[in-house]
Design a protein around this ligand. Structure first.
Ligand code: 9MR
Length: 358
């Protein structure tokens, strides 16, 4: 009797392993969820990088290649070479491309920030930039982060070149400059999905309340906005994780109820690391549970249509340089492109699919 039971258990286990999709993109495809990652074009020539990327992901976003600093080395020049490389790779591997980002108050080239432009000049420059870039990538980039990180932690509009220093003409008028930019973007490419992308507004807090209020207002007045990007750079593994996931779910639910999509755009879960760059083994397991919770939170809202990590291998991630190497190991693959527990958790959760109500 017992050996038979054992055989049945083994068979069930084997079947479940065999039935698990072979990659994240395959698992996401079952429910039409895009699984994306940020990429750096200089790494596309590395075989392990390119083959892992093509096998696992159905969407890419240029980590930096479509930002002002790269596209606009000077006022007269548009340099699309790096962005085009990302698009070519995506097309060769049947992946979608997200564009990032047309308007951000930070990391702009010096010629722009120190150019002493008037409001009128700045407004013309920005409109021309948006139009030129979106037309260049028309029908290649399906969704754009039109505006990135425009709000502070209190939900107020951040001081910036585009808002009030000197701004494009809507200084001290709250979200009016954001509205203006979305209208220009829609004119430039009426088929692209237009996203507002933000950090630290993923759960319920003052910033996410402000995003919600803005999107509700935009939808009511017909301002062309299609989605909200929730970045999800998550630096915590403490016991509050279930509570954090619950507020993320609630936020995704209220945003999608407004009729916009949600994309998780920059997911990574950084760990404290020792002087050799290694995390505590237990943290890898807890990291996996955070990834699992976030994937589940997305799948539980039908309007959450993409899950994207900010890079995919610990070999290349912004976290190390940002934290003076005190943190790292934030991504689903290790430095040797081996899948970590986080990978397995994402794969299992995507394979389980959306909840039956959806
Ligand atoms: O990961 C990006 C890093 O390589 C760049 O130096 C930096 C400035 O352009 O931007 C990083 O990406 C940011 C993204 O564009 C917006 N959200 C926060 C990301 C991490 O800082």
């Amino acid at each position: 009797m017992l050996p038979d039971v054992g055989r049945v258990v083994a068979l069930v286990l084997l079947t479940s392993i065999l039935c698990l999709p072979q990659s994240l993109r395959q698992a996401g495809d079952r429910d039409g969820v895009l699984v994306g990652t940020a990429v750096r074009p200089s790494q596309l020539s590395e075989t392990a990088y390119a083959s892992t990327l093509a096998r696992e992901f159905s969407m890419v976003e240029a980590e930096d290649a479509m930002k002002w600093a790269i596209l606009r080395p000077d006022q007269a020049t548009y340099d699309f070479r790096q962005g085009d490389e990302v698009v070519r790779f995506a097309q060769a591997h049947q992946m979608k491309v997200r564009g990032h980002c047309l308007v951000w108050g930070r990391y702009n080239p010096d010629w722009l920030t120190q150019g002493h432009f008037t409001t009128r000049q700045l407004s013309r420059l920005l409109r021309e930039h948006i139009t030129r870039v979106m037309k260049h990538y028309r029908s290649q980039v399906f969704a754009w982060d039109v505006v990135n990180e425009a709000l502070d932690e209190n939900g107020d509009v951040r001081d910036s070149l585009w808002y009030n220093q000197p701004g494009i003409g809507w200084s001290q008028k709250g979200t009016a400059y954001i509205e203006q930019v979305f209208r220009w973007a829609h004119k430039a490419d009426p088929h692209a999905l237009l996203f507002y992308n933000e950090a630290e507004g993923e759960g319920l807090n003052r910033k996410s309340d402000a995003i919600y209020t803005m999107v509700k207002d935009f939808k009511r007045r017909g301002v062309p906005i299609d989605g909200v990007g929730l970045q999800m750079h998550i630096p915590t593994l403490d016991g509050e994780i279930p509570a954090i996931i619950a507020t993320i779910s609630a936020n995704i639910a209220r945003l999608t109820a407004l009729g916009v999509q949600v994309h998780i755009t920059e997911l990574d879960v950084s760990l404290p690391v020792n002087s050799n760059g290694l995390p505590r083994p237990d943290d890898l397991r807890r990291q996996a549970e955070v990834y699992r919770g976030i994937v589940r939170a997305c799948l539980n809202s039908a309007g959450c249509t993409a899950i994207q990590t900010w890079g995919f291998t610990d070999k290349y991630s912004w976290i190390g340089s940002h934290s003076r190497n005190a943190r790292g190991q934030a991504l689903p693959f290790d430095r040797a492109y081996q899948a970590k527990p986080a990978y397995r958790a994402i794969l299992e959760e995507l394979s389980a699919g959306r909840s039956p109500a959806h």
